[in-house]
Ligand binder design. Structure first.
Ligand SMILES: NC(=O)c1ccc[n+]([C@@H]2O[C@H](COP(=O)([O-])OP(=O)(O)OC[C@H]3O[C@@H](n4cnc5c(N)ncnc54)[C@H](O)[C@@H]3O)[C@@H](O)[C@H]2O)c1
Length: 305
C-alpha cells in the first residue's frame, strides 16, 4: 500500500506505548485512525491528546471476538472503510517461579490476550480486507519469542512465537489466494541504544478478575523496568530509553513497502538468530539460552518478587 494518505488504520493496544506511537505515525501520514484498548480511561485521554476529527477511540477487549467485530463496525461507521489492522495489544503477566510453576491463570491471561487477541483480530477484519482486495495486517510479535526465548521469561515468548507463526501462515495463505492483502510481523526494536519504555514493563498490570491467582500481589504490578535498571546498574551499565517513534516508523515502512519482517537489521539479533539456527542445523544443545540477559529476572528472583 504505497500511499497511506486517506486510508484508515485500526490499532489495538492503542491507549499508550507502541500502539499509540503507531497511531500518531498514521495520523502524520494523513490516515484516519481508530485506537482500541481495554483501559478505557487511558484510551480516552490519549484520543483527547491526539485530538482532531481523524482519530477515534473505542474501549475494546481483544480477548472477545464480539468486541473486535464491534470495533470493525464502529470503524466502518465512522470512517467508511478499514485498510490497515495492527494487532498490537499484549500483556506481560508477571508470572512467578519457573515455567512449571507459573499459575495457570498467568498462562490463560497471556494466551488469551497475546494469541487469541491476534486470532480474534484476524477473524474480525481479514475477511473484509480480502473482500475489498486491499489491506495490510501488522501483528506485533517480539524478538523474545520470534528469534529465541529469553528462557527465564517463559510465558511471554511462547505467545510471541505463536504470533510469529500465525503471521507467517497468514501471509502464506494470502499469497496462495492471490489476494492483494498483505501482512507483516512487527518485531519492535530501535536502531538507537536503549529500551522501549512502555506499559508492558508493568508486569501484571490491569489483570482482569477472571485471571486472578489468589495471590496478594495480584493487583500489584511489578515494575520490571526499574528492576532491570537496578540489575544493569549493579553490573555497571546504564539503560537509555529509545524513542517509540522508531517502532512506528518500522510499522509504516512495512505497510508502505510490503515488508514482512518489520525490524531493524541489528547485529545482536542477527547473532541470536544465527546461534539458534546453527544449533538446530548442527543438532547441538541450545547453549544460546544460557546467555546472561539482564533484561529478564531469573526465575528464583521472580519467585521472591
Ligand atoms: N516494549 C517493548 O520493549 C516491546 C518489545 C517487543 C514487543 N513488544 C510488543 O509491543 C506491543 C505493544 O506493547 P507496548 O510495549 O507498547 O506495551 P503497553 O503495555 O504500553 O501496550 C499494550 C497495550 O495493550 C493493552 N491491552 C492489554 N490487554 C488488552 C485487551 N485484553 N484488549 C485490548 N487491549 C489490551 C494495554 O492496556 C496496553 O495499552 C505488544 O504486543 C508487546 O508485546 C513490546
Amino acid at each position: 500500500m504505497k500511499d497511506l494518505h486517506g486510508k484508515v488504520g485500526v490499532v489495538t493496544g492503542g491507549a499508550g506505548g507502541i500502539g499509540r506511537a503507531i497511531g500518531e505515525a498514521m495520523l502524520a501520514e494523513g490516515m484516519q485512525v481508530v485506537l482500541a484498548d481495554v483501559v478505557a480511561d487511558q484510551l480516552a485521554a490519549t484520543v483527547k491528546e491526539l485530538g482532531g476529527k481523524d482519530v477515534m477511540g473505542l474501549a475494546t477487549d481483544v480477548t472477545s471476538f464480539e468486541s473486535l467485530c464491534a470495533l470493525r463496525d464502529a470503524a466502518l461507521a465512522r470512517f467508511g472503510a478499514v485498510h490497515v489492522v495492527c494487532n498490537n495489544a499484549a500483556v506481560g503477566a508477571g508470572a512467578k517461579g519457573h515455567v512449571w510453576e507459573h499459575h495457570l491463570n498467568d498462562w490463560k491471561w497471556s494466551l488469551d490476550v497475546n494469541v487469541m487477541g491476534v486470532i480474534n483480530g484476524m477473524n474480525a477484519f481479514v475477511p473484509m480486507l480480502i473482500a475489498q482486495d486491499e489491506g495490510h495486517v501488522v501483528n506485533t510479535s517480539s524478538g523474545n519469542g520470534a528469534y529465541f526465548p529469553i528462557a527465564s521469561s517463559g510465558i511471554y515468548p511462547v505467545t510471541k512465537a505463536a504470533v510469529t507463526t500465525l503471521t507467517e501462515c497468514l501471509w502464506g495463505q494470502l499469497r496462495q489466494l492471490g489476494s492483494k492483502v498483505s501482512a507483516s510481523c512487527l518485531l519492535p526494536s530501535s536502531p538507537n541504544p536503549g529500551v522501549l519504555a512502555t506499559g508492558i514493563w508493568k508486569a501484571g498490570a490491569n489483570r482482569p478478575d477472571r485471571f486472578l491467582r489468589g495471590d496478594p500481589d495480584d493487583n500489584k504490578p511489578r515494575d520490571a523496568l526499574a528492576d532491570y535498571r537496578a540489575r544493569a546498574k549493579a553490573a555497571g551499565q546504564e539503560v537509555p530509553i529509545a524513542p517509540l517513534s522508531d517502532v512506528a516508523d518500522l510499522c509504516i515502512r512495512a505497510i508502505r513497502e510490503d515488508q514482512f519482517w518489520a525490524t531493524y537489521p541489528l547485529e545482536n539479533q542477527t547473532q541470536k538468530l544465527r546461534a539458534r539456527f546453527e544449533s538446530m542445523l548442527n543438532r547441538t544443545t541450545p547453549e544460546y539460552l544460557n546467555e546472561v540477559n539482564l533484561m529478564a529476572a531469573g526465575a528464583k528472583e521472580r519467585a521472591k518478587s
